[in-house]
Structure formats: structure tokens, C-alpha cells
Design a binder for this molecule. Structure first.
Ligand code: TMP
Ligand code: MG
Length: 208
């Protein structure tokens, strides 16, 4: 029997990923409940203050208390010896150091569950996510419904004329789309028009 064909059961990195509105945060909270340990610590990047500064909150209202961090290194410094489970939401916003930190704590046999966007509004790998996905022991990829055709959505359409990588927001700024209906090009055009003084900063979906 090949004893190496099973995923590790302790010292494990699980990743919950997918586009916006696919239920990632809800799944993170559910996973924490399933694992049933009270010895957990939860973190999220401080940048995401949409619903709460000190709680991880899903679009459907579920929540767990967490520590907001500015940099990945802070997570490493804050892990307590009695902790068994580490949860991180919105991991796409953290700096590249998170990759080494995840390896370090998996080696120390911690169970880690992170959630984050795999792709940004352009459909490109978001921050450290491509590497985190590659080194994960288990990946749970979520889908939403395309806002145009209702088929499974793997992309996030930005609806405003802004081409920054990071733009924190919800339904006013984004909607889920399938690959066929995802259109980053029109966002780029709208953002260019705004920067040239030829358009408003408003919703760009009429051009999408
Ligand atoms: P969510 O996946 O939990 O809904 O949140 C994703 C966050 O990421 C939300 O605040 C919007 C933000 N975001 C960006 O900053 N840039 C992007 O390209 C996309 C798609 C989302
Ligand atoms: Mg979320």
C-alpha cells in the first residue's frame, strides 16, 4: 500500500477560494464550527473594515471575533502556544510574508484555514493567493451565480471606473460573472476616460 497518497491530517493548510459573493467567509465560519475547537485564533487584514473591525463577518451575517492585522508578520507574533486552529479571512490582501508564515505554523502541526479571492477584477492572481493555493493541502473552490446569465461564476466584475488593484467594497462596486460575461476591458476604458477628465466616477456597468 502506498502510504503517501493521503492528505496530511495534522499540520494542514486548507484554502477556501472563489469570486466575490461565492460564500467564502460563510464557509470559513462553518469550517471553524465543524472543526469544533475553542482553541482558535482568527485574523484578517485591517484594510477590510466593511462590516466590522474586530469580527469576520460574512455577507449573510455570520461572524467570529478576530484580530485585525496590518502585516502578515503580526500573525506570526501573535500565535499562542495553546492555539490549535488558525483562521485568516481576506488573505489575498496580506503581503508575501504570509507564505512563509503559513509553512512555519503548518510544520508546527497547526491546522490552518484561510479564505480569499483567487482572482482580482482583471482576472489575475490576487497577491499571495496563487502560491498559497499551490501549497495548500486542501482547496475548496466556491462559485457564485453570474449576474448576467446565472451560470456558475468564477470571476468578479468591477462596476466602477477605477483600475486600482485594491478597492474595498461590496455590491455597489462588484458583481459575480462567468468567464464569458467578465469584462475587465470596459472597466479599464472607463477608468481611462475618468483620468482624462472625460467621464464621471460613477457606475461603469452600462459600458460593461
Ligand atoms: P469578499 O471576497 O469577501 O467579498 O471581499 C473581497 C474584497 O476585495 C472586497 O473588499 C473588494 C476587494 N477587491 C479588491 O480590492 N480588488 C479586486 O480586484 C476585487 C475583485 C475585490
Ligand atoms: Mg468575504
Amino acid at each position: 500500500m502506498n502510504t503517501h497518497d493521503k492528505a496530511p491530517t495534522k499540520g494542514i493548510l486548507e484554502v477556501i477560494t472563489g469570486c466575490m459573493f461565492s460564500g467564502k467567509t460563510e464557509s470559513l465560519i462553518k469550517r471553524a464550527e465543524e472543526l469544533g475547537t475553542t482553541a482558535y485564533q482568527a485574523f484578517k487584514p485591517r484594510i477590510d473594515d466593511r462590516y466590522s473591525r474586530t469580527e469576520i463577518v460574512s455577507h449573510n451575517g455570520g461572524k467570529i471575533v478576530c484580530t485585525p492585522v496590518d502585516r502578515a508578520a503580526e500573525i506570526g507574533h501573535r500565535i499562542k502556544p495553546e492555539t490549535r486552529l488558525i483562521l485568516i479571512d481576506e488573505v489575498q490582501f496580506l503581503d508575501e510574508e504570509i507564505i512563509e508564515i503559513l509553512n512555519h505554523w503548518v510544520l508546527k502541526e497547526y491546522h490552518i484555514v484561510v479564505s480569499g479571492l483567487d482572482l482580482d477584477w482583471q482576472g489575475l492572481g490576487f497577491g499571495p493567493m496563487p502560491q498559497i493555493l499551490a501549497q495548500a493541502d486542501r482547496v475548496d473552490k466556491k462559485f457564485a451565480n453570474c449576474a448576467i446569465c446565472q451560470s456558475p461564476a468564477s470571476r468578479t466584475q468591477r462596476l466602477v471606473a477605477n483600475s486600482d488593484d485594491i478597492l474595498v467594497g461590496g455590491q455597489e462596486q462588484y458583481e459575480p460573472r462567468c468567464l464569458k460575461h467578465h469584462n475587465p476591458h470596459s472597466v479599464k476604458l472607463a477608468a481611462k476616460r475618468v483620468s482624462q477628465g472625460g467621464g464621471s466616477q460613477g457606475v461603469a456597468d452600462h459600458v460593461v
